[in-house]
Write a protein that binds this ligand. Structure first.
Ligand code: HEM
Length: 89
């Protein structure tokens, strides 16, 4: 909406990666759960918010191309299952 330069989208992606990397810490899970509610107030349906993380996985897979391995899929599946419980799509 007000993101005329792409800075907000860049920040959202950076923070999303921080959350994924910190799911075992105190920050990531709480942040995702809190932003799901904040985003509802921005007009972002919680179901749409939950779709963000699988899209990040798909985009990473596309960028990595032929170097993507079954281990990457397994690691993402595990993380996305945990995120899905916090932010169902
Ligand atoms: C498809 C999913 C999403 C949509 C459509 C969306 C959309 C938005 C919008 C419209 C804003 C307000 C921008 C403005 O100030 O004009 C915003 C802010 C923000 N978003 Fe998202 N977002 C999504 C997912 C996420 C995710 C997954 C995260 C991180 C886990 C995130 C983190 C943030 C942060 C940190 C802000 C800055 C404001 C705040 O602290 O709440 N967003 N987003």
């Amino acid at each position: 909406m007000r993101d005329t330069t792409g800075a907000v989208r860049g920040e959202m992606l950076a923070v999303a990666f921080q959350c994924l990397l910190d799911l075992d810490g105190g920050y990531g899970a709480s942040f995702i759960a809190a932003e799901r509610v904040n985003h509802d107030a921005f007009g972002v349906d919680p179901a749409i918010f939950g779709q963000f993380f699988p899209i990040v996985r798909d985009t990473c897979r596309e960028a990595v191309g032929s170097e993507w391995t079954p281990e990457f899929d397994a690691a993402w599946d595990a993380v996305l299952a945990r995120v899905g419980a916090l932010a169902p799509a």
